[in-house]
Ligand binder design. Structure first.
Ligand SMILES: NC(=O)c1ccc[n+]([C@@H]2O[C@H](COP(=O)([O-])OP(=O)(O)OC[C@H]3O[C@@H](n4cnc5c(N)ncnc54)[C@H](OP(=O)(O)O)[C@@H]3O)[C@@H](O)[C@H]2O)c1
Length: 329
């Protein structure tokens, strides 16, 4: 069985290799075995390889926050999935040809779902969904601002916000993305930089922006904080710059803006297993209906994990880099 291992933390394509490992074996009564059909390379996986992610397990380690798989064996005590079902896995270490996991961690997906999209259902869609629901009680017509608007999360957020009648200001670093994001439902697209709050005010008619969603960090956090109205909330959920958020204190002292953070696991943990399955069932329904999707740039075999990682690190991609460990996509 092929599995990606990192033997040390460092530059992802230098430290990751495709290794030959023993098979996972038969499931225990409460376990499920599945073949991994596809996994994406997410920014968090890159941080994991670099050793700068919040989880830094002993080495050698296997990255992989999400995947889609097809069940090949089910323990006697597991009743919610059966052999042949498509599943996503709530646990990590998914960059392998086969996985054996606790039954409760295997969430079934509908048969016939697009495998590329299914590989990306576990993390980014619920992240976009819960950031829109769990911080500010928004009503139709309200404005939300986000940066990294061209990311997978950002694009999903545009669509989910539109479905709720919310209006979005989308901050990007490449002006040529505007038409694409507007076609998805973005109301305003602006390029990050000096004077962001003034330009956002002009574009929205000085609308109140009650929620900001931020994943660049550094001074970009401060620029987004300035766009949010008095008593608004900014949710920091990632740092594409690798820097901690920096924002002027007057935003907090004089205007009462709240800066908080989001981590999917923390917000899913507030919900019951049934509620979590319901969230994924609804997201999968939307994927099946074609209303939710994330663009894919390229697909690599697992043997070319180093090339895949190098490609994932490049800016200006047209979507995610996926890996197909068993040649299924
Ligand atoms: N907290 C959570 O639970 C959670 C869950 C999911 C994702 N996330 C975070 O969400 C963010 C987006 O993830 P994703 O999978 O959607 O990303 P993605 O699809 O891989 O896209 C990455 C985006 O980041 C932009 N970018 C890269 N470097 C940048 C920089 N230095 N300054 C500004 N923008 C930069 C890219 O812009 P271009 O399009 O111009 O190249 C691209 O739009 C990441 O930070 C990730 O860690 C957090």
């Amino acid at each position: 069985m092929k599995q990606v291992l990192i033997d040390r933390y460092g530059t992802p394509w230098e430290v990751a290799r495709c290794a030959e490992m023993a098979d996972v074996g038969a499931p225990a009564a409460d376990e499920v075995v599945f073949d991994v059909l596809a996994f994406p390379i997410n920014p968090a996986d890159m941080w994991f390889c670099r050793g700068s992610y919040r989880l830094k397990p002993p080495l050698p380690a296997t990255p992989g926050a999400e995947c889609v798989g097809r069940v090949t064996a089910v323990g006697a005590a597991v009743s919610h999935v059966k052999t042949g079902d498509l599943v996503i896995n709530l646990q990590r270490e998914n960059w392998a040809q086969r996985r054996k996991v606790k039954g409760d961690d295997a969430i079934p997906l509908p048969a016939g779902i697009d495998l590329r999209q299914a590989a990306m259902v576990r993390i980014n869609p619920p992240t976009a969904l819960l950031m829109l629901s769990d911080f500010v009680d928004l009503e139709a017509g309200d404005w939300v601002i986000q940066n990294v608007a061209n990311s997978a999360v950002g694009r999903l957020l545009i669509v989910l916000a539109k479905q709720r009648g919310l209006r979005t200001v989308n901050v990007v670093r490449r002006p040529e993305l505007a038409a694409d994001l507007k076609a998805l439902g973005a109301d305003v697209v602006v390029v990050d930089g000096d004077d962001l709050a003034r330009r956002v005010g002009e574009a929205t008619g000085d609308a109140q922006v009650r929620l900001g969603i931020e994943a660049v960090g550094g001074a970009a956090t401060g620029r987004l904080v300035e766009c949010v109205s008095t008593d608004g909330t900014v949710v920091h959920y990632g740092s594409m710059s690798g820097e901690d958020p920096m924002a002027g204190r007057s935003n907090f002292i004089y205007r009462g803006v709240k800066l908080t953070g989001f981590m999917l696991g923390r917000f899913l943990a507030r919900r019951s297993p049934g509620q979590i399955r319901d969230i994924y069932a609804e997201l999968a329904r939307q994927v099946m209906a074609g209303t939710l999707s994330a663009p894919v740039d390229s697909v690599y075999p697992i043997e070319r994990i180093k090339d895949a990682l190098m490609h994932a690190d490049k800016g200006g991609r047209n979507g995610k880099i996926l890996v197909s460990p068993n040649g299924a996509i």
